[in-house]
Design a protein around this ligand. Structure first.
Ligand code: MN
Length: 203
C-alpha cells in the first residue's frame, strides 16, 4: 500500500489548519526504524506505542502504558498509522479536535524486528497482519524484547496484548510509567509541555 493511502485515516481525522500535528513527512529508516511511546493526556491518559514499519508509524494506544514486568500483560488497542514525523511531536492538540489534549514524547529510540515463524524471520508488515510481533526495543526507558499479540478483533477494533519478554532488561521492580514521567526530548513534565504550548499559542 502506498504511504499516502496508509495515512488517509490519520489525515481524515484531523484539521491541519488547527492542530500542530504533522500531516505527513519523515524520512524512512530501513536499518534502524523508529520506536516511540507518547504519553497522551486526552479524555483519559494513555500511552501511544508506535513502531516504524514500511514508511509509517504503526500505532497502538496502551491505556496503562508499558510494563517491564514479564508477568504484566498490557492491553494495546491498534490505532491508525501515523506519519514518521509524528515521532517528534510534542504539544497540545486543541480542544474540540480529534485527540484533544497534551502529547509528550515519553520514550524514543529504534527497534529491530525479531519475529519468527518456524525458525524463519517474518517481515514486520506481515507480522502486523498476522497479529504476532516480537520487537527488540532500544529506547531510553525501555529496552529488550516485547511481544505484541492480537487476541481479538471487534467492529474493526484490533485488541492486542503488550508483554515484556523475560530477558536481561526485564525488571518486575521497575515501574517507569510512574517513576519516569518526563519527556525524553525536553525533560519536561506533561504539565510543562501543556504550559509551553499555551504560551506559544498566546504569543
Ligand atoms: Mn493517543
Amino acid at each position: 500500500m502506498a504511504d499516502r493511502e496508509k495515512l488517509r485515516r490519520y489525515q481524515g481525522k484531523r484539521d491541519f489548519t488547527r492542530t500542530a500535528e504533522p500531516a505527513d513527512g519523515g524520512r524512512p529508516r530501513t536499518k534502524h526504524p523508529r520506536y516511540v511511546i507518547q504519553m497522551h493526556d486526552a479524555s483519559t491518559v494513555h500511552y501511544d506505542l508506535r513502531l516504524e514499519i514500511d514508511g509509517v508509524l504503526v500505532s497502538w494506544a496502551v491505556p496503562k502504558g508499558p510494563s517491564t514486568d514479564p508477568s504484566e500483560k498490557r492491553l494495546a488497542i491498534r490505532t491508525e498509522d501515523h506519519p514518521l514525523a509524528y515521532a517528534d511531536f510534542e504539544g497540545t492538540i486543541p480542544e474540540g479536535d480529534y485527540g484533544a489534549g497534551t502529547v509528550l514524547v515519553w520514550d524514543k529510540g529504534t527497534w529491530r524486528n525479531r519475529t519468527e515463524k518456524g525458525g524463519e524471520p517474518v517481515d514486520a508488515a506481515d507480522a502486523v497482519d498476522h497479529g504476532h510481533i516480537l520487537a527488540d526495543i532500544r529506547g531510553e526507558k525501555l529496552q529488550g524484547n516485547f511481544a505484541l499479540n492480537r487476541f481479538r478483533v471487534e467492529n474493526d477494533k484490533e485488541q492486542w496484548l503488550l508483554v515484556k519478554m523475560d530477558d536481561a532488561a526485564a525488571d518486575a521492580r521497575r515501574n517507569p510509567v510512574s517513576t519516569e514521567p518526563r519527556s525524553v526530548l525536553t525533560g519536561d513534565t506533561i504539565a510543562e509541555v501543556a504550559r509551553k504550548a499555551k504560551e506559544a499559542e498566546d504569543d
